[in-house]
Design a binder for this molecule. Sequence first.
Ligand SMILES: *[C@@H]1O[C@H](CO)[C@@H](O)[C@H](O)[C@H]1NC(C)=O
Ligand SMILES: *[C@@H]1O[C@H](CO)[C@@H](O)[C@H](O)[C@H]1NC(C)=O
Ligand SMILES: *[C@@H]1O[C@H](CO)[C@@H](O)[C@H](O)[C@H]1NC(C)=O
Ligand SMILES: *[C@@H]1O[C@H](CO)[C@@H](O)[C@H](O)[C@H]1NC(C)=O
Ligand SMILES: *[C@@H]1O[C@H](CO)[C@@H](O)[C@H](O)[C@H]1NC(C)=O
Ligand SMILES: *[C@@H]1O[C@H](CO)[C@@H](O)[C@H](O)[C@H]1NC(C)=O
Ligand SMILES: *[C@@H]1O[C@H](CO)[C@@H](O)[C@H](O)[C@H]1NC(C)=O
Length: 416
Amino acid sequence: MKVLPPDDVPNARSKQPLKFATLPLVAIPLVLLLTTIPIQWRGGLWKLSGLVPGIHHGSMSRCNLFEGKWIPYDGRTYYDSSSCSLIIDQVNCFKFGRPDSEFLRWRWKPDGCDLPLFDARGFLELARGKSMAFVGDSLGRNQMNSLQCLLSSVRLCDLSESPKDLTKEYRDDPYFPRWYFPSYNFTLTTLWAPFLVKSVESDPNSQNSIVSLWLDEPNESWTSEIDRFDFIILSAGIWLFRPLLFYENGSVVGCNWDSCENHNMSKLGRTYGFQKVFRTTFATLLQKEYKGVTVFRTYSPQHFENGRWNTGGTCTRTEPFTSLNETASIFDRDETDAYQIPVEEFKVAEKVAIERRLKLRFMDTTKMMLLRPDGHPNFYRNTSQGNASIADCVHWCLPGPIDALNEILQYYLIST
Ligand SMILES: *[C@@H]1O[C@H](CO)[C@@H](O)[C@H](O)[C@H]1NC(C)=O
Ligand SMILES: *[C@@H]1O[C@H](CO)[C@@H](O)[C@H](O)[C@H]1NC(C)=O
Ligand SMILES: *[C@@H]1O[C@H](CO)[C@@H](O)[C@H](O)[C@H]1NC(C)=O
Ligand SMILES: *[C@@H]1O[C@H](CO)[C@@H](O)[C@H](O)[C@H]1NC(C)=O
Ligand SMILES: *[C@@H]1O[C@H](CO)[C@@H](O)[C@H](O)[C@H]1NC(C)=O
Ligand SMILES: *[C@@H]1O[C@H](CO)[C@@H](O)[C@H](O)[C@H]1NC(C)=O
Ligand SMILES: *[C@@H]1O[C@H](CO)[C@@H](O)[C@H](O)[C@H]1NC(C)=O
């Protein structure tokens, strides 16, 4: 028995919040790291100009999309729960009573350029005859759900464009939703693999049970499918905060939870799982010589305050942070690692990919999302058990700040 999608909220994190004195140490390496990985955009970026009139593209080719700020925005949201019927209850915040809407009045503004508005028809033109899969955990599904709604504006203009739900025909599993846009012959799906590698949960009904992970064996849920896709957007990490039992070469090599060494196992550092899981994932993509585009989207930050996910933590803010130093108490050492370790693995893989002309791309959105403590459902959501009793400060309300990730994603379609 799997937990149904609306419930896959936060994970256990055994660490205590860091003490005040250590906060600058956490924030500073993050800032350094984030600012020393420039993205160079090459070629193709101009093609969009014709699709989005009135947007200045002049400096886009030298722009780092991931450095910038959220600025006030008076325009309308792309969709709401009446124009997009596909928003799942997990993130349908207004349906479940969210009273404030100030969090919708911001747009991501990269330093030195403007991010064009999402252009649904332009996106579908670029995606014509192609297929796209979000690989990983529920944050990938969250972004796919946003993309479904962003693309629904095309359907509103022309009913014949209605996407078809093919989930039942394929796997009949809500973890693998599959949509098809007939006029564009475009397929959009999620391949569920929250650990990315082979895994067995000791108690699938508990968010906190020990999970066995075969660190060197990628999960077939995605490896058996990706050859059929032109784009994969890879995003995972949060489940690796759970208590884990690590296997390599088929044998137990260690564990990661507090005092697990008392069971005659080696306690491995909390970064071990992140490092090995992403190393295996990138190595698999390189070994398979996956010919499509892989977009690696960095860790999606949580914003629990006044407690953890399971100790009464909530996210009640209604405005973005203006500066990263305000986030220090939220983005602790564990989350810094959850960002940084996979990025290091990515950088190693990227070098090989460039040599082999494989398309491995970097979508470095952790910092911009870290500034959005106001974008989460908190209690304004529904689960398969009914009303939410714990806050969700992990996923993102739809509409909401995660729509900006798809404004950025449209660039990856253009630039490949
Ligand atoms: C749809 O696209 C696939 C490739 O993704 C291609 O194999 C197929 O022939 C296309 N079908 C139509 C009707 O164009
Ligand atoms: C792949 O991951 C899913 C979700 O974690 C898990 O249920 C499944 O057992 C995994 N498959 C293998 C072969 O480990
Ligand atoms: C697993 O096996 C390979 C080759 O057989 C070896 O190089 C590697 O060190 C082993 N890893 C562990 C953790 O035992
Ligand atoms: C752990 O290992 C020690 C020494 O090998 C042994 O004496 C002890 O019984 C083991 N404990 C457990 C719980 O297996
Ligand atoms: C955060 O940085 C801003 C300037 O970037 C500064 O004005 C503010 O005092 C800093 N806040 C803290 C809590 O350090
Ligand atoms: C909330 O979810 C429960 C269980 O799926 C369902 O019975 C209930 O009708 C939902 N509430 C609303 C308002 O959709
Ligand atoms: C669930 O929430 C709705 C709306 O806030 C409320 O009317 C209903 O009484 C709640 N149900 C339970 C079982 O708490």
